[in-house]
Ligand binder design. Structure first.
Ligand SMILES: *Cc1c(COP(=O)(O)O)cnc(C)c1O
Length: 421
């Protein structure tokens, strides 16, 4: 049996429909923005392997730092113990976040970073004997696949089987010029119950790379602040340069109370979650009373190997070449968007930083499971490009090291698809 046959026998892949499952592509090697299969065929990773990879695959510098850590200290319990990589990573990250972020709490991935953020907020109020227990979120939000993260995500086909078990959340529309006053009134009406507001700043990834204005989010945040509602910025996707600045919150003047990170945190090398918070949140847990403890800890909390991958990624992220690459990609995306925006098959094109998304005309069939999605997916796969359309929305968000030639190849194949599909 070859690798794919063995895989199909024993593996249950995520987000894969069982009956119509197509054999997975066997990848044996990665380099820069590209992946290679067993036959040597090259695939440009135009989605950064589910949005995690920022500096390219198998980066030699990250590999070296991880190897050094592996032979020094692979893991240690993080309750009652600490280690240099965890401390240094927290120091360096907090130094580049909004200045109200003071403490870092480690976990395993994006969903757990969100779980921690939610628990911090709910218990923040609980510890003070306050009855605020409701959470505010955006209708199309995506915050992860664990139960708490699912509950604060919009109800959709992804959550349908569990909807009756998800705790109640107040969902609001994205803010825009014409509804801002309504949203503010809605929030004011609920204020004494609302514990926190969780949002993906500027770009809602899974919803289809939906983008919304920083100025409206700012106003909404300021209003929540006025009403005592804590603010959670889920930067699991938008963090580490995706939106053109280091963090999406760098586009805002309002500061969140809590921030969530994962995906790009280790440069896409391995799983690690991080939730940061203000001193005010931390202080609500600072007590002699055992019941005021945040009882949350994963076996692999602050794993030293993951932290060292994140530190190496941080070195690369802070290097002058990275913002230059981000700028270069943003400029290229903008030119491409201008070029195709009037194409009859393009409904809309939008771009923020290194993310460009285009919506295809489909008539009235726009579901995630639409045939167009699969057609496009396999069209690009054949052409050696990994793009994963969300329904009729195609988006490109490459590793920052992608070459101009590879970027141009992706654009030209999309333009070709516009003529052929
Ligand atoms: C991907 C994502 C998550 C979940 O992260 P995982 O590491 O996949 O659990 C949470 N929030 C946002 C905004 C995401 O894009």
């Amino acid at each position: 049996m070859n690798l794919v046959e063995r895989d199909l026998k024993v593996i249950w892949h995520p987000y894969t429909q069982m009956k119509t499952v197509q054999p997975p592509v066997p990848i044996v090697r990665g380099e820069g923005a590209c992946l290679f299969d067993a036959s040597g065929k090259k695939y440009i990773d135009a989605v950064s392997s589910w949005w995690v990879n920022i500096h390219g695959h198998s980066h030699p510098y990250i590999a070296q730092k991880v190897a050094e850590q592996l032979t020094t200290l692979e893991h240690v319990i993080f309750a009652g113990f600490t280690h240099p990589a965890a401390v240094e990573l927290a120091e360096r990250l907090l130094a580049i976040l909004p200045d109200n972020q003071q403490k870092a709490f480690y976990s395993d991935n994006g969903s757990t970073a969100v779980e921690v953020a939610i628990k911090m907020c709910l218990q923040y109020w609980n510890n003070q004997g306050n009855k605020r227990t409701k959470i505010l979120a955006f209708k199309n939000a995506y915050h992860g696949d664990t139960f708490g993260a699912m509950a604060v995500s919009g109800r959709s086909a992804f959550t349908a089987a569990f909807d009756s078990l998800l705790f109640e959340v107040e969902f609001i529309d994205l803010p825009a010029k014409n509804n801002l006053q309504d949203l503010k009134s809605q929030i004011s009406g609920l204020k004494s119950e609302l514990a926190c507001f969780i949002f993906e700043p500027l770009v809602q990834g899974s919803a289809g790379m939906i983008m919304y204005g920083a100025e409206y989010l700012n106003e909404l945040m300021a209003h929540c602040r006025k009403e005592g509602v804590l603010l959670i910025a889920d930067e699991v996707f938008t963090g580490f340069g995706r939106t053109g600045k280091r963090f999406a919150c760098d586009h805002l003047t309002e500061k969140p109370d809590i921030m969530c990170f994962s995906k790009g945190l280790t440069g896409g090398t391995m799983a690690l979650g991080l939730t940061t918070c203000t001193g005010q949140i931390f202080d609500a847990f600072l007590s002699d009373d055992k019941l005021k403890t945040l009882f949350h800890g994963h076996s692999f909390t602050a794993n030293p190997i993951a932290c060292s991958a994140a530190l190496a990624s941080m070195d690369l992220f802070m290097d002058a070449a990275t913002p230059e690459n981000i700028e270069r990609i943003a400029r290229a995306h903008k030119r491409f968007a201008e070029r195709i925006k009037h194409h009859p098959k393009i409904k809309t094109v939008r771009q923020t930083g290194t993310i460009v998304a285009m919506e295809w005309e489909t008539g009235d069939n726009t579901s995630y499971f639409s045939l167009l999605r699969d057609k496009l997916y396999y069209y690009f796969l054949d052409a050696g490009i990994i793009l994963r359309p969300l329904g009729n929305i195609i988006y490109i968000l490459p590793p920052y090291c992608i070459t101009d030639a590879d970027l141009d190849y992706i654009y030209s194949k999309i333009e070709q698809a516009l003529e052929e599909i």
